[in-house]
Each structure stands twice: as structure tokens, then as C-alpha cells.
Design a protein. Structure first.
Length: 116
């Protein structure tokens, strides 16, 4: 399995496990960075960096990083590994929603609205 194939497999597995709430994403001090510990020896990080290109258009850069206790093992970004910007944005958004417990908080809010 080549490097691109491994990166794609890694991305797909993480997306699947995130969707099924099997990965426990946590917020960090940075608003656009979420992390998860896996197996006690690996750390996942998913991030979004916002900016502006030379034409003045808003841009987003996404990255998924796998680290062990000592090193960054792989950095997956859209494009090179056959992963689209849309797929990476979806993973980031799923991790964000899980880390911030967005769905639970929306349910709480709807309950409060019902009392009005």
C-alpha cells in the first residue's frame, strides 16, 4: 500500500469512527483545532486555518495530523491523497460538533425555547 493509499485509508477510517462517535474529539485553546487521543499512544489533530489569497478571496486550509508520543507521523491535507476539500471540511465539522457537544447543546436550547 503506497503512501497516498495509506493516507486515504487513514482518513476514511477516522471519518467513519468520528461519524459513529467512536473517536472522542476534544476542544483546545485554539478555536479551529480539535484533538483526540487514540490507544494511549497516538494523538489525532484536525485543524482549519482561515486566510485570504492574493486576490482577496477567503480561503480555508484543513489538515489531519497523526502523532505518536515523539513525532508527527503523517499530515493529511486535501488534494494529494485523493481527499477533497469538501471531505476534509466534513471531517473538521464532525470533530468540531463532537468536541463542543453541539447536538446536545442544541437539544438543551430547544428545551429552553419550549418553555417560553
Amino acid at each position: 500500500m503506497g503512501e497516498d493509499a495509506k493516507a486515504l485509508k487513514l482518513f476514511e477510517e477516522i471519518s467513519e469512527k468520528t461519524s459513529a462517535s467512536r473517536i472522542r474529539w476534544e476542544p483546545t485553546a485554539e478555536e479551529n483545532l480539535f484533538i483526540a487521543s487514540v490507544g494511549g499512544q497516538f494523538t489525532l489533530a484536525v485543524s482549519r486555518k482561515e486566510g485570504t489569497d492574493s486576490w482577496g478571496n477567503d480561503t480555508e486550509e484543513f489538515a489531519l495530523v497523526l502523532k505518536d508520543k515523539e513525532h508527527e507521523l503523517i499530515r493529511v491535507t486535501p488534494g494529494g491523497e485523493s481527499i477533497s476539500q469538501f471531505q476534509m471540511r466534513d471531517l473538521f465539522e464532525m470533530a468540531r460538533r463532537k468536541a463542543l457537544r453541539v447536538d446536545d447543546k442544541i437539544d438543551d436550547f430547544l428545551g429552553e425555547l419550549g418553555k417560553l
